[in-house]
Design a protein around this ligand. Sequence first.
Ligand code: GAR
Length: 209
Amino acid sequence: MVLNLAVMVSGRGSNLEAIAQSIVDKRLDARIKLVIINNDEAKGIDVCKKYSLNYEIIEHKNLKRQDHEAKVIEKLKSHELNLIVLAGYMRVLTKDFLNSFKLDNCDLYPVINIHPSLLPAFPGSNAYEEAFNYGVKVSGITVHLVDEKVDNGLIIDQACFYRDNNDSLDDFKAKGLKVEHELYPKVLQDINKNGIYYQHKTYYLNQYI
Ligand code: GAR
């Protein structure tokens, strides 16, 4: 099957690019139906242009969280989607948002996120810095389903990388980002083919949300 994705981005968009490129390379059977961007200065806009992706900028500035989410939900609902992919989307999604996209017969939301640490260590928006400053020797990347808590929810996959003694923070981030760009498309293809295993059952993302 071909997964219909919406990708949500706040900034640079390098994970969006990794996903778009993996579709071009036929490593991922998916279509990016829509990219939601919440910041009109996001570099992710250039990625959308480069790959001719359909995108919508829905600024959150000057809007109540609920009103911003209502606009995002309306846009997402105007497409036939199987999965919402957070790729550096730096806003917490409310339970109301998530409940708008609940899977039938299952208490999972078809919303997935990538986070640059081995969760549950170092949740939040500065995971690389916090892990580096803590002095970890091994760190990694987590892809997980989203729930109403920050960087929480069913872990789908993790991959690690090693820190050398002389690595700077930039070296550490560069190692992690390389892992992110390999892991996210691979996980998306894996759940496309093999579904999501949860509480002794496999759920396939074959319904529109
Ligand atoms: C990535 O490192 C991603 O893992 C992180 O934001 C960055 C976005 O980069 N996400 C989080 O920290 C989520 N808590 P990108 O815009 O280049 O993909």
